[in-house]
Design a protein around this ligand. Structure first.
Ligand SMILES: *Cc1c(COP(=O)(O)O)cnc(C)c1O
Length: 365
């Protein structure tokens, strides 16, 4: 039995993409590989909104997220924290032996540009990490406002995680002045997991050249040197390159404007469903994600029972809350290839399953 995933990653992968992966291997130093790399590069740059190269890292997003810290932090990094992934980045920076400090917000609250300005004004930092779309709690920060603040500090290299928002809405890297922009394959791009994509500015490369202890696998200078030959430093996950080429075809056929509009429309359809049933959005109003909805379980339904019914009777899976939000929230993805029709079907299934789901009595009653 297979289930359709509406969790916020990994998400459902189309038959076309799966078929694209089932191709004979090519050598990663061959002219065929060079042609493949060169074919996808301009379209990736357009999607990133950048003239900088887009490196392809055979790892999950965390590989590049850890790598970015190893490459650009010389003095100290400020980690903006407002959910599980951004909280983890402080831990990762510390484990890499980099001096790091957290700028903490409650889960579900966006990164506050004023608080960021105040902290960066101390002059202690030469790098900052920000997660645009905190998937754990469905909270999307105002990246334009955050980047406007970071640009006031020319010595600070910005590392921005767009793992769950990339290609769901425009994120123009160069216009925003993002130095290192990172995404992963298994979220809005609707590819299987295993590939991370990152674009790195000249400034960030110059910084990397001055930093010790970059390691090898995620060394930006290795990526750049190989990029100049249209290759990757080590043997990459070639089936996912085929999948990516196929996905870029899909995006070209749909058009990015239509793709962004589709994500906004489907996101609102799911949001309206939840609000209409009396659930509340978990993140602060106006900062809900465009690629998923994280609802507070205000009706106190039995979420494991809800998901069990969805799985058994409707062959689909949603998320029952991340980490400390388990049971208190639930998340529904609208990333990837969803259409008006598939979301309408999803909402009918949610309705049917909800009608069968018991409410939990409040503790003490
Ligand atoms: C999923 C996710 C990650 C981690 O990605 P992996 O591919 O598991 O390494 C990081 N940041 C955000 C915002 C995510 O949604």
């Amino acid at each position: 039995m297979s289930y359709k995933l509406f969790i916020p990653g990994p998400i459902a992968v189309s038959e076309k993409t799966l078929r694209a992966m089932a191709q004979p291997m090519i050598g990663h130093r061959s002219t065929d590989f060079v042609a493949l790399y060169q074919a996808i590069q301009p379209e990736l740059q357009a999607l990133f909104g950048t003239r900088d190269p887009v490196y392809l890292s055979t790892s999950s997003a965390w590989g590049s997220m850890e790598g970015a810290v190893r490459n650009v932090v010389r003095r100290k990094v400020l980690n903006c924290m407002n959910g599980a992934f951004s909280d983890k980045w402080l831990d990762v920076a510390t484990r890499c032996g980099r001096p790091a400090q957290g700028l903490r917000f409650e889960w579900g609250q966006p990164v506050d540009p004023e608080a960021l300005r105040k902290e960066l004004s101390t002059g202690s930092y030469d790098a900052v990490t920000v997660i645009h779309n905190e998937t754990s709690c469905g909270c999307m920060s105002d990246l334009a406002a955050v980047m406007a603040v970071i640009r006031e500090f020319p010595e600070v290299i910005s590392i921005v995680d767009t793992v769950s928002s990339f290609s769901a809405m425009p994120i123009p890297k160069d216009q925003l002045g993002i130095d290192v922009m990172i995404t992963g394959s298994q979220k809005a791009l609707a590819l299987p997991p295993g590939l991370s994509l990152l674009s790195v500015s000249k400034r960030a490369l110059e910084r990397a050249a001055q930093v010790e202890g970059r390691g090898y696998y995620f060394d930006f200078l290795e990526f750049q040197k190989n990029h100049e030959a249209s290759m990757t430093p080590s043997t990459p996950v070639i089936p996912l390159f085929y999948a990516l080429r196929s996905k870029l075809e899909d995006i070209r056929a749909e058009g990015t404007a239509a793709r962004y509009a589709r994500h906004a429309r489907l996101n609102k359809a799911v949001r309206d469903w939840g609000l209409g049933h009396g659930f509340a959005l978990f993140p602060r109003e106006g900062f809900g994600s465009v690629s998923l909805n994280c609802f507070a379980n205000t009706l106190n339904i039995d979420l494991p029972a809800f998901n069990k019914t969805l799985k058994a009777e409707h062959h689909l899976v949603i998320d029952g809350g991340y980490g400390k939000l388990k049971g208190k929230t639930f998340r529904i993805s609208n990333m990837g290839d969803e259409t008006d029709q598939t979301i309408a079907e999803l909402l009918r299934s949610l309705d049917a399953a909800l009608a069968k789901t018991p409410k939990l009595s409040a503790p003490g009653k």
